[in-house]
Design a protein around this ligand. Structure first.
Ligand code: FES
Length: 194
């Protein structure tokens, strides 16, 4: 069993500090901050979603703050897994893999376009909805894989897991945490099995 990282300890300690925080509350945090989409179909591009579906990475702080309308790019869960967090103008925080589900080109943000055109792949003009990750035009066959984001009480932005195709955010988070440290997963209310 791997030892928890300082970030994992901080995350679980913060959650556990409030005696009123239940498993349901914890999972609601994740579900609330990162939107409501379960990603895609079960027929996935193995190269993309194998990497981005691996939610076993440690939490990664990606920004000290992210004001409405701003975005930050980072690599998660692996060093070569390009991703982006966006704070929408209504305050919603979303996170996506920016590896296109068509042929793996890099997806870019279009700040001056409406949400449904907010993410763009220049290789073959694929377009994704920045709020949901869904394909709105072009050849990409699936939505962008989700990166689960959370904001801590200091306003810092963290990537804390990923969701596989067809997997709920809660299941993705628990799968990743369980894979790294079953004891912490248990404390977080994830139970024993997916
Ligand atoms: S690689 Fe993105 S649209 Fe083709």
């Amino acid at each position: 069993m791997s030892r928890p990282t300082p970030e994992e300890r901080a995350l679980v300690d913060r959650i556990s500090a409030d005696s009123l925080t239940t498993r349901r509350d914890y999972l609601r945090i994740v579900a609330t901050v990162s939107g409501g989409l379960a990603v895609g179909s079960t027929l996935v591009s193995a190269g993309v979603l194998h990497r981005h579906g691996d939610g076993a990475a440690a939490p990664l702080k990606v920004a000290d703050r992210l004001p409405p309308g701003a975005a930050v790019t980072f690599d998660y869960p692996g060093e070569d897994d390009r991703a982006m967090a966006v704070r929408l103008t209504d305050g919603t925080l979303v996170g996506w893999s920016t590896v296109c589900t068509h042929l793996a080109c890099g997806v870019l943000r279009r700040e001056d376009h409406p949400e449904r055109e907010g993410l763009y792949c220049p290789c073959h003009e694929g377009v994704f909805d920045v709020r949901t990750g869904e394909v709105t035009s072009g050849p990409p066959p699936r939505p962008l894989p989700k990166v689960l984001m959370v904001e801590d009480e200091q306003g810092a932005i963290w990537a804390i897991g990923t969701a596989r195709s067809g997997e709920s955010e809660e299941a993705g988070l628990c799968r990743g945490l369980r894979g790294r440290n079953p004891a912490l997963a248990e404390r977080a209310g994830c139970g024993g099995q997916p």
